[in-house]
Design a protein around this ligand. Structure first.
Ligand SMILES: *Cc1c(COP(=O)(O)O)cnc(C)c1O
Length: 467
């Protein structure tokens, strides 16, 4: 083994190669050096791993090291965060960046960030202003709330509200609503970190108004309702409506907060999508504070909206934690643009990608499925089997708990490549294409695809099946 390791070229030897000199002309020296070191490390590791397992046939030539270094250099030169094609049909896909921003939002981000802005400057008065003024008016107009603000995300919104209104006090929550969302947001844990004391009431499947009533005491800081975003309790169930809870809170002079999770400004149910109340309807229930995400059903940037009674919003905004959880100007620019689009519902449906992907007619999905299937057929590869099948898309992102939408998927299989092989080749290509596998077929759900992406999928399949 030592013998073999000695055969490896040194970094200095590799650096003298003409190929490396060419790389140094186009790549930063630090990346070239790291790529060579990593390539040498890999060879060394391969030798060590193989030792004692018969004669290793590892190519230890300078040329082999250079090939390895070139591949690593290409990888290191690529951005880590990059666009990809989501062919899963899951619209609000948290791992894939949740919402795609509207063109208007993207333009505003670019415009506002290319120069100085009035982020915290009151142009009229010529003095310091507040960053939240840029979205408060429009949020109030769209929701009917008295006051509004936004923080980094909905998890931050919940944390900030609990910390402001219930630090050192009890927060009454139904046992059926102590949910975990996305593996990292657990209501009891956020509650603990906020300094509030959790007071669970009711049973998992049933909570009655009297359960909340009995738990209220002089140390109660808040009544909390949490949207069970990613699951639904069915069968023998009972939950207290937000309106009943709001009335109870009023009677006992305890604020009532509802973590809506997604929060939609449009009545998506009227488009056949879920049965969620709109934010305005939620506000009309009479609760004091509502929180919801900016990048779930709203289709905007990552943010957490807090809306409700002015007295509570004033306290929330002046909590020192608010400074730590504040949104930046890129988010604000995108959020303001997205919110403005909601002033015209017809336009919003078309312009905000999340809304369009959720509400597009099945015939539009069918058209895209036909386009993709025809493109794959035109590759003329007799080994590929193609079928268009009825299936269901998930809304995702804890947007609508049991929300599955009818869709048409293109399902393919290949005589000499397994579904797993096709899936991984698509995923490792440029751009990466993310698909689903079902019953030995690779599925493409056109719900989350546009025509340009469909052409790219066809191209990727051409390369995969030709090689
Ligand atoms: C998604 C969700 C959150 C967390 O929101 P983020 O914007 O992802 O931080 C909190 N509460 C509920 C009910 C949710 O659905």
């Amino acid at each position: 083994m030592q013998e073999l390791l000695r055969q490896l070229p040194s970094v200095d030897e590799v650096l003298k190669d003409d190929r490396v000199k060419a790389w140094l002309g186009t790549h930063p020296r630090i990346l070239v050096l790291d790529a060579i070191r990593l390539a040498l490390d890999r060879k060394r590791k391969a030798v060590i791993d193989r030792s004692g397992k018969g004669s290793p046939d590892i190519d230890l030539s300078a040329a082999a090291v250079l090939n390895g270094a070139e591949a690593i250099l290409n990888e290191l030169s690529e951005p880590s965060l990059r666009p990809l094609i989501n062919a899963t049909g899951v619209v609000v896909h948290t791992n894939l960046g949740r919402s795609i921003l509207s063109e208007a939002a993207i333009e505003r981000i670019i415009e506002v960030n290319r120069s100085y802005s009035n982020l915290e400057y009151d142009i009229q008065a010529g003095e310091r202003g507040k960053r939240y003024t840029h979205i408060e008016g429009i949020l109030n107009r769209l929701t009917g709330a008295e006051a509004a603000t936004a923080v980094n995300n909905n998890a931050a919104a919940v944390l900030l509200c609990l910390n402001t209104l219930a630090r050192g006090k009890e927060v009454i929550v139904s046992r059926g609503e102590l949910v975990e969302i996305g593996g990292s947001f657990r209501v009891p844990e956020v509650m603990e970190r906020s300094g509030a004391v959790l007071r669970e009431v009711g049973a998992t499947n049933k909570t009655h108004l009297k359960d909340y009533q009995k738990a209220i005491n002089e140390n109660t800081g808040l009544l909390l309702k949490v949207h069970t975003s990613n699951y639904k309790i069915v069968g023998f169930t009972k939950e207290v409506s937000p309106a009943e809870l709001a009335a109870l809170g009023k009677k006992h002079k305890v604020p009532v907060m509802w973590d809506l999770g997604s929060g939609s400004f449009l009545d998506l149910a009227s488009y056949g999508v879920g049965d969620e109340p709109t934010v305005k309807q939620a506000m009309d229930a009479g609760v004091d504070i509502l929180t919801f995400s900016g990048d779930k059903l709203l289709g905007g940037p990552q943010a957490g909206m807090i809306i409700g009674k002015k007295q509570y919003l004033d306290a929330i905004r002046s909590n020192p934690l608010a400074r730590a959880l504040r949104i930046d100007k890129m988010t604000l620019a995108a959020l303001e643009a997205t919110l403005n689009q909601y002033l015209d519902e017809e336009k919003a449906i078309r312009a905000i990608p999340t809304l369009w992907m959720l509400t597009q007619p099945l015939s539009e999905i069918g058209r895209k499925a036909d386009l993709l299937a025809a493109g794959i057929k035109a590759l003329g590869d007799s080994k590929i089997t193609i079928a268009i099948q009825d299936d269901l898309s998930q809304t995702g992102g804890g947007a609508l708990p049991t929300g599955k939408l009818p869709t048409k998927v293109v399902a393919i299989s290949h005589k000499s490549l397994s579904a797993n092989q096709i899936e991984s080749k698509l995923r490792l290509g440029r751009p990466a294409i993310i698909t689903r596998i079902k019953e030995g077929m690779v599925l493409f759900d056109p719900r989350t695809l546009n025509d340009g992406e469909i052409s790219k999928i066809v191209e990727a399949l051409r390369n995969i099946t030709n090689s």
